[in-house]
Structure formats: structure tokens, C-alpha cells
Design a protein around this ligand. Structure first.
Ligand SMILES: Cc1cc2nc3c(=O)[nH]c(=O)nc-3n(C[C@H](O)[C@H](O)[C@H](O)COP(=O)(O)OP(=O)(O)OC[C@H]3O[C@@H](n4cnc5c(N)ncnc54)[C@H](O)[C@@H]3O)c2cc1C
Length: 366
């Protein structure tokens, strides 16, 4: 099949790109702003393939200052988006170790003792010290809490309403088609194969989608992005790729829970000093609670899953979570290398966007 633009993956990056693109495909009178190269007389033919079964899959809860989102949707009202809430309160907490299981340096142990000794004078509660100051990179005031899944669904519906762009969920891209040093489109994965990859009931060989431009938006460790990295290499000095692991639970908070929608808690200090944690509260007593295990953290013995258990059991958090119900949980990688991991953003027939393009800045956030 021939199209003008093919996009790999429908995450927040592709959602933003396709939203902007959809506004420039036709003029006000409905005539094509640019003519399609494959269907003369029509606007450019744009197709996006997402491997997940729906466009509403995602890493669930995030907090964002929403600068990019507001640029794409001026005047956006969070109440229009399912599960979204404006940020109403923010805290950064230093969690002390209530059980003595973390690997703390001598200096940190001394600091912990001092905090415990002075606790009546400090904003200290249930083994947690509230910082009097929120560092700028963590300040989300004026921003919003979003379920990425719900938000993607909302964005995807808007993109598809005018019929100019097609988004196909349940359609994984197998590889980029590379010919003579040019990306010429993508090859979809075979469908209906058994575990060994042999044709099974409903077998359909993966189609070749040829396009003038292939936009790769397949996230922090996408197979197609990595194929492009291997094929074209990285810009000089940009070879280092580092990933953190983010792991979280979505929890239905117990009835009577004091946390209000829009609450943002960021933590450090426990279950290990290097591990960052978060708890975000959405409407309908739903919360997202999780940790980031950084790439530079080395411990062959304990797993992120185990650490997440320890984290939610910290007394400061557990009093809110006890009696709640875990609705789902999952993990995802997070690009930590920033500019050092930035690949060539555009090349022969392709462009890179989103986390695979190295644009995630874990210090400033979104
Ligand atoms: C636990 C956790 C918490 C986070 N919290 C925040 C936060 O609070 N605020 C914030 O701003 N950011 C947060 N992030 C980061 C944020 O989720 C990412 O930066 C963002 O999702 C990146 O968007 P993306 O579109 O580039 O990639 P992704 O969201 O990874 O989307 C890529 C899409 O491509 C699809 N795909 C991949 N390969 C293929 C293929 N071969 N064929 C078809 N489809 C494919 C995937 O299924 C996916 O839907 C968090 C991340 C994690 C892990």
C-alpha cells in the first residue's frame, strides 16, 4: 500500500504530531493544502499504526505542566477529558526508612537521626519530612494530572473525526523498509502466527506500507527506532543510551480517603535513597502510585516490583492506601540520557519524535 506519511506508534508524541498535522492538511475551503503524492487531487494520505489493541492503552497516570498540550489544544479544559484533574496541591517528601531495610550511607543515617531527634520542630509526620521548598523542576502548579490512556483516546478521537488521518490499533510494525540508505516506509508484522512465528489460523502476511515520510514515534525502546539507530548510527558523541524503569499501580482509594483529586506527592529517600516515588490522585478516588529506579542504580538482588511493594507500605502512604483496591499495575522504560541519547532527528525519508528522539528531559519534566 502507498501512503504519503506513515507513523509508527500512537503514544502522546504521535498524538501531538498528528493533531498539528491534521490542521494543515486542508485549507479552510476544504481543498488540499498540499496535494498527495499517491492520490493526486486529495490531501496527503496519513496512516498511523499502533501495536496495542486500543489507542487508549498507556502508562496511565502522569502529571504535567501541560505546556505542549496547551499549545496543541489552546483553552483546553481538564474537565472535558476523562480522569483528568488540575493540580491542586503539591508536596515533596523525604521518606525515612521505617524498617531499616534500605542501603543508606553513614552521612544519611546521621541526617536521619538528626531529623528524628528534631521532629517536633519540623514538618515531620509518619517517617516523612515535607520539604519547605519545591525545586522548580518538580513544580507542576497550574498543570494537570492525566491518565495517558484516557488522554490518548481523547486525542485520537479528535484526530480521526475529520477522516483525514487513519489510526490503526492492534497493528504492530515489524521493521522499517530501508532501501539504498533511504527509509521507504514500514513492514507490518505477520498476523495469525503461532508462538514460533509459523502461519496459523487467520494468517495474514505483514503488508508493506510505502511512504515518502516515515515518522518513528515508538517510545523509549522501540524496535523500529533501534533499527534506525543501527542503520544510521548516532551523531558524534551521542552514543550513550540510559533507561530508568518506572513501575506503578493504579489504585482505587478506600472510601473516606482524605486525598483530594489533583494531589501530587513526590518522594525520595525510600525504599532506597536513589529511588524516586510519586502518588497522584485523579477523580473518582483513583490514584496512581509508583517509583522510578534510575539507570545508575545497581542492585542485583532486589527488583523494581519488590521495591514498589516496600514503597506503598511506607507509613506516610499506606495510611491512604490501606483498604484500597489495586486496579492494575505495570512497568515501562524511561529515557534518561536526554541530549546525550539524541539520535539524528531526521534523515533520508524519516523523522524521529517523542521519547525515542531523546526529547525526554527527566529533570524538567513536561
Ligand atoms: C512510570 C512512569 C511514569 C511517568 N510519569 C510521567 C509524568 O508524570 N509526567 C510526564 O510528563 N511523563 C511521565 N512519564 C514519561 C511519559 O510517559 C513518556 O515520556 C511518554 O509516554 C513518551 O511518549 P511517546 O509517545 O514518545 O512514547 P510512548 O508513550 O512509549 O508511546 C509509544 C507508542 O508506540 C507504540 N509502539 C512501539 N513500538 C511499536 C511498533 N513496532 N508498532 C506499532 N506501535 C508501536 C507503543 O505501543 C506506544 O503506544 C512517565 C513514564 C513512566 C514509565
Amino acid at each position: 500500500m502507498d501512503v504519503d506519511i506513515v507513523c509508527v506508534g500512537f503514544g502522546p508524541a504521535a498524538g501531538g504530531f498528528l493533531t498539528t498535522l491534521s490542521r494543515h492538511l486542508v485549507k479552510e475551503d476544504g481543498a488540499p493544502a498540499v496535494e498527495s503524492g499517491v492520490m493526486p487531487g486529495l490531501p496527503p494520505q496519513v496512516v498511523c499504526y499502533e501495536r496495542a489493541d486500543g489507542i487508549g492503552f498507556g502508562v496511565s497516570g502522569v502529571v504535567t505542566r501541560a505546556r505542549g498540550i496547551r499549545a496543541s489544544f489552546p483553552g483546553i479544559d481538564p474537565s472535558q477529558i476523562p480522569m483528568a484533574a488540575p493540580v491542586t496541591s503539591e508536596k515533596v517528601l523525604y521518606l525515612l526508612d521505617p524498617v531499616g531495610a534500605s542501603r543508606r550511607s553513614v552521612a544519611l543515617r546521621l541526617a536521619d537521626r538528626l531529623i528524628r531527634a528534631l521532629h517536633p520542630l519540623l514538618p515531620f509526620e509518619r517517617d516523612a519530612l515535607e520539604l519547605p521548598y519545591i525545586p522548580p523542576f518538580l513544580r507542576k502548579h497550574g498543570g494537570m494530572l492525566l491518565s495517558v490512556g484516557q488522554f490518548n483516546q481523547w486525542v485520537g478521537e479528535r484526530i480521526m473525526t475529520d477522516g483525514l488521518i487513519q489510526i490503526w490499533p492492534g497493528t504492530p510494525v515489524g521493521s522499517a523498509l530501508i532501501e539504498d540508505g533511504w527509509v521507504k516506509g514500514v513492514r507490518l508484522l505477520d498476523q495469525g502466527v503461532d508462538k514460533q512465528g509459523n502461519p496459523d489460523a487467520g494468517y495474514m502476511p505483514g503488508m508493506d506500507i510505502r511512504a515518502a515520510l516515515t515518522v518513528i514515534a515508538d517510545g523509549p525502546v522501540g524496535a523500529v527506532g533501534r533499527q534506525i539507530d543501527e542503520q544510521f548510527g548516532m551523531p558524534p558523541g551521542h552514543e550513550q543510551r540510559d533507561w530508568a524503569v518506572g513501575m506503578k499501580m493504579v489504585v482505587q482509594l478506600p472510601e473516606g480517603c482524605a486525598l483530594r483529586p489533583g494531589t501530587v506527592l513526590h518522594t525520595f529517600g525510600y525504599p532506597e535513597p536513589e529511588i524516586f516515588g510519586f502518588l497522584y490522585v485523579y477523580p473518582d478516588r483513583t490514584a496512581s502510585v509508583g517509583i522510578f529506579v534510575p539507570s545508575w542504580f545497581q542492585n542485583p538482588v532486589r527488583t523494581s516490583y519488590r521495591y514498589l511493594q516496600h514503597f506503598v507500605l511506607h507509613p506516610y502512604l499506606w495510611r491512604h492506601l490501606e483498604g484500597g483496591t489495586m486496579l492494575s499495575w505495570g512497568a515501562k522504560t524511561l529515557q534518561e540520557s536526554g541530549r546525550r541519547g539524541e539520535p539524528y532527528l531526521a534523515g533520508n525519508g524519516y523523522a524521529r519524535i517523542g521519547e525515542g528522539s531523546g526529547s525526554t528531559n527527566v529533570l524538567t519534566g513536561s
